[in-house]
Design a protein around this ligand. Structure first.
Ligand code: MN
Length: 196
């Protein structure tokens, strides 16, 4: 089977050296999921991923998400990741692509909120059009969010909280809720476990 969508992902990684999962398209889970992974690589960032048509569409968000609707966070598209990546937490060895510690910062199902003329718009089409809205059901992030492409190429997007009951200008979840939602560990604890 041709794994076209994972060519970039697989081509950048040496699976004899990295503990990350090998890429492939998989039958979708019952509910589409999102995952946000904190990634302490050469530059610290958060990877925001949405399950779309059997892969995880991905953006690197340098400052991480903000629950303040007035704050727009830069989101830079990265290569599609396999669905299994939503379970990946650990250390990518130094010198490998994305070398550094990965923590599953938030995860859960999401709802596609995209509509045009009273009809549902598939998430893939919304992303292709440069504007996607969705409702997150995570442990840390909830409610409506938008990804908006800016400029004429695909280089830069913005991740923004929509104005709803889950918007909160005072919350700072990336600071106050740093632990993994799958293991309860901190970045430092994940790093230490890999040293052992
Ligand atoms: Mn990353």
């Amino acid at each position: 089977m041709l794994e076209e969508p994972m060519r970039d992902y697989n081509g950048r990684r040496d699976f004899r050296k990295t503990p990350e999962p090998r890429g492939g398209r998989r039958r979708p889970r019952r509910e589409a999921i999102f995952v946000i992974q904190e990634h302490a690589a050469s530059t610290h960032h958060y990877d925001f991923r949405l399950e779309v048509d059997g892969v995880l569409k991905s953006w690197a968000v340098p400052k991480g998400p903000s629950t303040d609707p007035r704050v727009k966070r830069l989101a830079v598209p990265t290569e599609d990741h396999p669905l299994d990546y939503a379970d990946f937490e650990g250390v990518i060895p130094a010198g490998e692509y994305g070398g550094g510690t990965v923590l599953v910062w938030d995860r859960g199902p999401y709802d596609n909120l995209n509509e045009a003329g009273g009809r549902k718009v598939p998430m893939a089409a919304a992303i292709a059009n440069g504007h996607a809205v969705f409702r997150l059901h995570g442990q840390k992030l909830r409610g409506g969010w938008a990804l908006q492409r800016i400029g004429s190429d695909d280089a830069n997007w913005l991740l923004v909280k929509m104005r709803d009951d889950d918007a909160d200008a005072r919350r700072r979840p990336t600071s106050t809720e740093p632990c993994s939602v799958i293991s309860g560990r901190t970045l430092a604890e994940i790093g230490k476990a890999a040293d052992g």
